[in-house]
Design a protein around this ligand. Structure first.
Ligand SMILES: [Zn+2]
Length: 66
């Protein structure tokens, strides 16, 4: 058996903490990311998520959906 070197350098030793569920971008510990609604989102998606959520909340006031 041979030891196979990792293809990526060890700039980031940590495994990805997860993938952004919206865009699929890898999230690393220490990166700027956001936990919104129980999910970790990258910065770009967090902004989009907030906008959507604000819309949903505004719409929800009429129907009182729970
Ligand atoms: Zn994202």
């Amino acid at each position: 058996m041979r030891i196979v070197r990792k293809r990526w350098r060890d700039l980031q030793r940590a495994w990805p903490a997860g993938l952004c569920p919206r865009c699929g971008m890898e999230l690393y510990p220490g990166d700027l990311d956001w936990v919104l609604g129980g999910r970790r989102l990258c910065g770009a998606c967090a902004a989009a998520w907030l906008a959507e959520e604000a819309e949903r909340l505004a719409a929800g006031r009429k129907g009182a959906v729970e």
